[in-house]
Design a protein around this ligand. Structure first.
Ligand code: SAH
Ligand code: SF4
Length: 375
């Protein structure tokens, strides 16, 4: 009989599970604390459970997580892990340390089916959805690698963003379960404002999201008219900009506190969407959406003909939006010496080996850290 994997179960699902075995519901709290607060994966060491229960769990269940294959560290402190999930595929997970916070960027799928024209993950195609255990497992692995469970080290991961590989809303239930565990006080207890879901616009799922969970929302817009967005983000042909924005607005309206804002992500690609008229068009489009705008300089990768925005075009674009009253941040390019920047994640082991060689060579030279401005 296949053992039940308990690693990705939310508190409610775990309570149902214990009830179905004829045990008291509070066992679920004990178990979730062992896994996600103590980092304990061996039932035998869960000492506040009776010996009989520990044996029953060991016979019928398991706590199975993905595995770290390698970890690379950038000169700017960014870390990237290659993580093997069941079946042998690999995904990538990135940690970005900043003065006030530490952000873990995690993946929701192996590859992505949405095929945005500027994204390395999209170019890779879609392999499969990650299970909730594989999604929350990434946070577990990162916390473990920082000795966060043993409390030997201060809490390093304050923020989680679903901005790694995959489109989170295309793997809806597993992503919602994993984010529920991130927020759960008996698990990671992260603040709802510090857990962010980024989507390229899967509108029907976005319409349901606010009924199930309260997390921060980022929308990957990248263009302010449908013609241009169709060519960058193909899902726009199905759910055009007006529908996407109105769905994001409804999401905000469902949240209990009314000071929340959507983050609008806009990847700037040289001469594609970075002209002054694009900025004016964006400013007009977002007029009624409570939002802040995050500009992301396009990160180049092998096989893409797009070029990075120039500094002049980036500043011009930003200034037009600021003049129009928007709060604008420019995403720092972090970890690009280890291809850990946005859109460079592809989980490719061979490519990684080549890069590591290049990275070692580059250490011989003195390289300025590429920082634009912190988000
Ligand atoms: N699928 C989700 C989340 C993962 S992508 C989404 O699309 O929102 C996370 C962010 O990185 C998105 O805003 C995406 O548009 C951006 N991105 C993808 N490829 C990029 C690249 N090559 N350079 C810069 N940003 C990129
Ligand atoms: Fe998928 Fe997001 Fe990449 Fe588009 S940008 S292909 S939705 S991961």
């Amino acid at each position: 009989m296949k053992k039940v994997n308990l690693a990705g179960l939310t508190l409610t699902k775990l309570e149902d599970f214990f009830s179905s075995l004829g045990h008291k519901k509070f066992r679920a709290v004990q178990l979730i604390k062992w896994i996600h607060q103590e980092g304990e994966l061996d039932f035998a060491r869960m000492t506040n459970l009776s010996k009989a229960l520990r044996e029953e769990l060991a016979d019928n269940c398991e706590i199975r997580l993905p595995e770290i294959v390698t970890c690379e560290e950038s000169q700017d402190g960014t870390k990237k892990w290659l993580v093997r999930v069941e079946g042998g595929s690999c995904i990538e997970m990135v940690y970005i340390p900043e003065r006030e916070r530490g952000t873990l960027c995690i993946s929701s799928q192996v590859g992505c089916s949405l095929d945005c024209s500027f994204c390395a993950t999209g170019k890779q195609g879609f392999h499969r959805d990650l299970t909730s255990a594989e999604i929350i497992g990434q946070l577990w692995l990162a916390a473990d690698s920082f000795s966060q469970f043993s409390r030997k080290s201060a809490r390093k991961i304050s923020n989680v963003v679903m901005m790694g590989m995959g489109e989170p809303l295309m793997n809806f239930e597993n992503v919602v379960d994993a984010m529920t565990l991130m927020l759960e006080d008996n698990a990671y207890g992260l603040s709802k404002r510090r857990v962010t879901l980024s989507t390229s616009g899967v509108v029907p799922q976005l319409d349901k999201l606010g009924d199930l969970i309260d997390v921060s929302l980022a929308i990957s817009l990248h263009a302010a008219n449908d013609e241009l967005r169709n060519s960058l983000v193909p899902i726009n042909k199905k759910y055009p900009i007006a529908k996407f924005i109105s769905s994001a607005k409804s999401y905000l309206e469902k949240l209990p506190d009314n000071h929340r804002k959507v983050t609008v992500e806009y990847t700037l690609i040289n001469k594609v969407n970075d002209r002054s008229h694009h900025a004016h068009e964006l400013a007009a489009l977002l007029r009624d959406l409570p939002c802040k705008i995050n500009l992301i300089p396009f990160n180049e990768f092998n096989g893409s003909n797009y070029k990075k925005v120039t500094k002049t075009a980036l500043n011009r674009f930003r200034d037009i939006l600021i003049a129009d009253g928007y709060t604008v941040t420019v995403r720092t390019t972090r970890g690009d010496d280890i291809a850990a920047a946005c859109g460079q994640l592809a989980g490719d082991v061979n490519d990684r080996t080549k890069r590591q060689k290049r990275f070692k060579e580059s250490l011989q030279e003195v390289q300025p850290v590429k920082l634009l401005e912190s988000v």
